[in-house]
Design a protein around this ligand. Structure first.
Ligand SMILES: [Zn+2]
Length: 205
């Protein structure tokens, strides 16, 4: 599927799993934005691809929308020396970069689209940001699920050979339908969960 579809469906799945709190929804947006598109870093050589550019621009917007809520607390407490003096976090960050670099250098839908990278990177992200980890994982798994529906094999069980159901073309009608469903579900879930959050606040008060 195309980038916008991955983003819309991945974020919708994360919002569905998120608790009805502003904090929960913020982390869902942040984790979902990164997790649902990170597999396609193996397409970074396609610098002229409009799909990639639009996908990452939208993912950054969604990430920032989630980050807006957490940013105040984050920058209040963030100190570079905290990261530099935390060997575990440094090792995790370095290992994550190595994993992503390995994914970039591989063929499309190879290691970058594997459960190995999915689980490996999610574990590292857990040590960097516990609250985002689950949503990153959901976004990543949704990306793999959507790509398996296509006609080009995906090496989900890397290093084993790729698999695919061969049902749809990545840029065909199914892609457009899933994009619409993902967008509607994301908008609907955001409205419903904020409404639930508002009702809970009223009860508490
Ligand atoms: Zn993909």
């Amino acid at each position: 599927m195309m980038s916008k579809t991955h983003l819309a469906v991945g974020v919708a799945a994360c919002l569905a799993a998120a608790p009805a709190t502003v904090e929960g929804l913020s982390y869902a947006l942040m984790g979902g934005a990164v997790g649902s598109l990170i597999c396609d870093i193996d397409r970074s050589s396609e610098r002229t691809s409009r799909d990639i550019k639009q996908g990452w621009a939208l993912a950054f917007t969604v990430f920032f929308a989630g980050f807006m809520h957490e940013s105040y607390t984050y920058w209040q407490t963030f100190k570079a020396e905290h990261l530099l003096s935390d060997p575990l976090k440094l090792v995790c960050l370095g290992s994550l970069l190595v994993l992503y670099l390995f994914a970039i250098s591989g063929a499309h839908r190879g290691f970058s689209h594997s459960l190995l990278l999915c689980v490996g990177s999610a574990v590292l992200i857990y040590f960097l940001s516990k609250q985002t980890c689950l949503f990153y994982l959901i976004g990543f798994l949704m990306h793999l699920l959507l790509d398996v529906l296509n006609k080009k094999p995906v090496r989900v069980l890397f290093p084993a050979r790729g698999i695919c159901l061969g049902w749809f073309y990545a840029d065909g009608l199914a892609n457009r339908i899933l994009l619409l469903l993902g967008l509607s579900a994301s908008a609907g879930l955001l409205m419903v969960k904020f409404q639930v959050y508002g009702n809970i606040l009223q009860v508490v008060r």
